[in-house]
Design a protein around this ligand. Structure first.
Ligand code: FAD
Ligand code: PYC
Length: 430
């Protein structure tokens, strides 16, 4: 049994269970006796490990620190509410069809964890392997896709090229007529890809981490990272100073801000990325379709909303909202490719701040400051990596050394030039 399996068994033993009678009593009694899923912890004076950022990646890291490495003296500090950053703002596409070996290893590790995660956490994450299709709109794109599919399959990951006719069968609402502005020339499909309920991921990890005694502290903004010489010793927060031997920063779009607090610079730019949902309608599409060339993608949530995503705004910003031109461009493309979209109303639009590295790959790394680690740079595509990222980052923090999956994503790649250029696979080009 591997370390992760042992942790998971321990968690399942400790998980809260309810009898049917107790469930019925709660349902009829307005849930008045329903226990909190995690404690409302107050900060202690010090911890062995502090994780800054209560998104999916930070919470997963805390969970695996306890489940795999037995490190329970851990606090997760979140400036707002857990999952309120990109974790709760993303469009939940999960896949592992990346080009380079290093990325394939990382994202496939994650996908394998997703496949058992609801059971491991004893929490329904609504993980649905409904498949992810990426369209080609030019001969060049189609040829490039065929090469990509070969590379993906050589890494043992499922991927097939599809013809327009096969795509029409899979996605009846798509227009494949050849005179479109964005004609559908083909695509590639990963059946094991799909979606999950984003905030359930945060809640599931939070509850499981709390079961191990980890403190999840919301409304606690880190305002300074304290150093003694070349080592971290703690943080200042809106709820006082807290000491720590080790600090993991998992703050996505604000990673540059946190790095500056420790006196280091990261090769990261932060930009808004937008998405929207329609009013709920009956089921019309049961897979995920992405179209990188036109920066639009579509799926349907279990509530019936069409989930539509766009590309990043063209400017750097920390504001969690975007601009109308990006949405207009995306909706124009959506209506052309899926004419029924012209008949539905937009229910809600929003933006998140994505943190992007020059090679469109993440940073999972030690830093020049002892005891300080960064996990960031996931850009537009980190939701799918949540379990794998947390798992390898916990390993890095526990052992102070990267394992084989994490090592290529260290900061030193920006000095050595061993970049992992995933612009083509990043889904939403960034
Ligand atoms: P977050 O969830 O953002 O968590 C970071 C946390 O740090 C935040 O909660 C924030 O409040 C907290 N924080 C920041 N500063 C401080 C501080 N000083 N003190 C304390 N806490 C702090 N990825 C996919 O794989 N598939 C998709 O379909 C997809 N779609 C996307 C669509 C949109 C519109 C957006 C915005 C992103 C999308 N992504 C997608 C990307 C994905 O959402 C992110 O890569 C991923 O969620 C990052 O998770 P995280 O836990 O690192 O960050
Ligand atoms: O990384 O697959 C992805 C993605 C899709 C939409 C946003 N990111």
């Amino acid at each position: 049994m591997g370390k992760v399996d042992r942790g998971i068994t321990a968690l399942t033993r400790g998980a809260k269970r309810y009898s049917l009678a107790a469930l019925a009593r709660q349902a009829l009694g307005g849930h008045m006796g329903w226990p909190r899923a995690w404690r409302d912890a107050a900060p202690r004076e010090r911890y062995q490990v502090i994780i800054i950022g209560g998104g999916g990646h930070g919470l997963a890291t805390a969970y695996y620190l306890a489940a795999v490495h037995g490190i329970r003296d851990v606090a997760v500090l979140e400036k707002g509410w857990i999952g309120g950053g990109n974790t709760g703002r993303n469009t939940t596409i999960i896949r592992s069809n990346y080009l380079w070996d290093e990325s394939a290893a990382l994202y496939e590790h994650s996908l394998k964890l997703w496949e058992g995660l609801s059971q491991d956490l004893n929490f329904n994450l609504m993980f649905s392997q409904r498949g992810v299709l990426t369209l080609a709109h030019s001969v060049h794109e189609l040829k490039e896709m065929s090469r990509r599919v070969n590379a993906i399959r050589l890494n043992g990951i499922d991927s097939v090229v599809m013809t327009p006719a096969e795509i029409k069968k899979l996605v009846p609402i798509i227009d494949i007529s050849p005179n479109l502005r964005y004609p559908v020339m083909g695509g590639f499909f990963q059946q094991r890809g799909g979606t999950a309920r984003h905030d359930a991921v945060a809640w599931g990890y939070a509850r499981a981490a709390d079961d191990f005694g980890i403190d999840i502290i919301q409304n606690c903004e880190v305002t300074a990272i304290r150093r003694d010489g070349d080592r971290v010793v703690g943080v200042d927060t809106s709820r006082g100073s807290i000491g720590a031997d080790k600090i993991g920063c998992v703050t996505s779009g604000h990673s540059g801000v946190l790095a500056a607090m420790a006196g280091i610079t990261l090769p990261i730019e932060s930009r808004p990325l937008q998405a929207l949902v329609s009013e709920p309608i009956k089921p019309v599409i049961d897979t995920v379709v992405m179209s990188n060339a036109v920066h639009m993608y579509i799926s349907q949530s279990d509530k019936g909303e069409l989930v539509l995503g766009a590309g990043t705004d063209a400017y750097n910003s920390y504001a969690q909202r975007g601009s109308l031109p990006v949405i207009e461009h995306m909706l124009e493309a959506a209506v052309e490719l899926y004419p029924i979209v012209s008949r539905v109303r937009v229910l809600r639009t929003w933006g998140g701040i994505v943190d992007t590295c020059p090679d469109a790959s993440p940073i999972i790394s030690k830093t020049s400051v002892g005891g300080l680690y960064f996990n960031c740079g996931w850009g537009t595509g980190g939701f799918k990596a949540t379990p794998g990222s947390g798992h390898v980052f916990a390993d890095l923090i526990a052992r102070d050394a990267p394992n084989a999956i994490a090592a290529p994503f260290a900061l030193d790649r920006f000095e050595s030039g061993r970049l992992i250029d995933e612009h083509g696979a990043a889904g939403v080009a960034h």
